[in-house]
Design a binder for this molecule. Sequence first.
Ligand code: DGJ
Length: 704
Amino acid sequence: MIETADSGRIWLLSGRTSGYALHLTDHGELLHLHWGPRLTLADAEALALLPLAPHRPFESPLDGQEEYVVECGPRFARPALSVRTPEVRGTEGEFAGADVDGDELRLRFADAVHRLGLTLHYRMRDDSDVVERWATVAHEGAPGDPDLELLRADAAVWTLPPREGWRLSQLHGRWAAESRLVRSPLTPGDKVLGSRRGHTGHQHLPWVALDAEGTATEESGEVYGCALGWSGSWRIAVQHLPDGRVQISGGAGYDDSGLLSLAPGHAYTTPVFAGLWSPDGFGGASREWHAWQLARVVPEAGRVRPVLFNSWEATRFDIGEEQQRALAGRAAALGVELFVVDDGWFGERTHDAAGLGDWTPNPERFPGGLKPLADEVHALGMRFGIWVEPEMVNPDSALYRAHPEWVQHQSGRRRTEFRNQLVLNLARPDVQEHLWEQLDGLLSSVPVDYVKWDFNRSFSDAGWPGEEYPQRLWIDHVRALYGLLDRLRAAHPSVDFESCSGGGGRIDLGILSRTDQVWTSDNTDPLDRLAIQHGFSQLHPARVMAAWVTDSPNTLLNGRRSSLRFRFVSAMAGVLGVGGDLTRWSEDELAEARGWVELYKEIRPVVQLGAQYRLRPPEGGLSAVQYVRGDDAVVLAHLQAQHHGLRPPALRLRGLDPAAAYRCLDTGAVHRGAVLLHRGLDTGLVGDLDAAVFRFRRAGAGEG
Ligand code: DGJ
């Protein structure tokens, strides 16, 4: 709901439990008023009467107060908008009007010097606490006027209320160690997170959370969170200003490498930078993010994801039709629902130095093309998926030989061939059209139900020889990727897409709005995964988090041995997949795995679509995560190591009705809700790397 004060200068957006207010002063400055619990319009009007900080010669009264900081005049905080023409740098906007359109508020400003129009967009829905913000910058001049150079155009600036101090939570990592949570006190100055790699990156998820004075816990206290929806280079800057105020700006691009030039008549729309306030701790904030993504971001999120098999760890590049048929037979017998052939099925792709870009089946490996395998997979009752990496090319490929000019390249410079591959310049319309034809042709000629879309190197030579504004390549690459995905989804509505970038190198709200799930990490070690998944769940729901059970020992990373039980219970916290070499699993292992897959199918609506409670973080001892949906609850518990013969602590459950009784479907025992919530559940886990699943159903529910 959006309310406007009679003055026409105060706007109040109200969501499920929170409110957001802004104020246009008599001097035409747009100030932030409130972000927190719901307020009335009268409260917001009272807030607007509070005096600003007194003027001091070296401080700006506007710093830390403005809704969207522009570069100009008495402002020393980091600007969200920085614009220049050859003559004038900075922008100064006059208020030009407000529109309310359903859930969306638009505030318009005009800069007469630059002939620039700035629109700030806000959207808050009644059933959510997420505020979506973005901005549009338009060159409203006439032909012949100088272009506007956009040095920076962030999506939004979030302002936190004055408090004595703040703690910052972030998700950092690298390849095979993504999305690990770290919390630290926020110190004065700027904390900048981002990626200058052309994709979201393994190093940081574009998300931060802040809690005042470090007082929030998993289930209590106020938490603010911000997350960006952009799959290219990006930057989130958390500023702790000299007077203790905190503002968070974020948008596409890390530095000026991707700066844009706007010609008269052209406009730039930023990605969405979403924010939320939660009174219910980090867990409450996560559940609110999850609910919003399931309702508003992820396509058809109400459909549960199938259990998949992926061939990568089992066969790497050494693949062939017979071997894939053998794996498919075993996968189907386990209860797998989707069989995905990973890298190695096309062109000369027998290793990572050739074939990328040539999207036709390798005739020696698949003599009749992919259709016979796809038909067999379908006959086995599974859906059929393939791996592609459309944005890349190996120099040793037919595509590169035909079009060496299609790759990103800086004239006269040496280029980098990470993983023996180059990045195609997707900003080029001819490259876009070629990829469309290749992918549309592939999906039209083979009965493919699922596409795993990979991206295995960062930009390092982002040049476009002969192009006047080569820097637009950074943004246009992402737009072209989004355009291709959108077009393919529209033309092939029954095909699902997975986003992968060497594991979790491209996970953000932008890609999630056009893919069905993401590959969380190339690290499939079930113990390491607990930490990666714990971080991932701070922002994203289990419904999109792919997790595979692979072989033991883990030969890729650490040689760790773990039981099938531990591997399955770890992977069941997301979208379960199997990625081991099933032809080497014993009959006993296959039989056990069949049981786990069956159990997962039973609990998956609760895991994938339920409310998630992180009961205990994975810090060495007992950790657990719980999911609640209607009358059902599921607990996945893991014990890393038992010490000194001590029994692990009881697990205090969450989200149950204290007045109800719950039957544990695994033990048959009936527990009082109040007891599970307060005294807790004994897991019985012992030793090292033990794990268990507990299913609870409200007694009486579904029993007749
Ligand atoms: C990186 C992905 O993360 C893996 O799962 C696999 O698809 C390989 N690429 C294939 O090259």
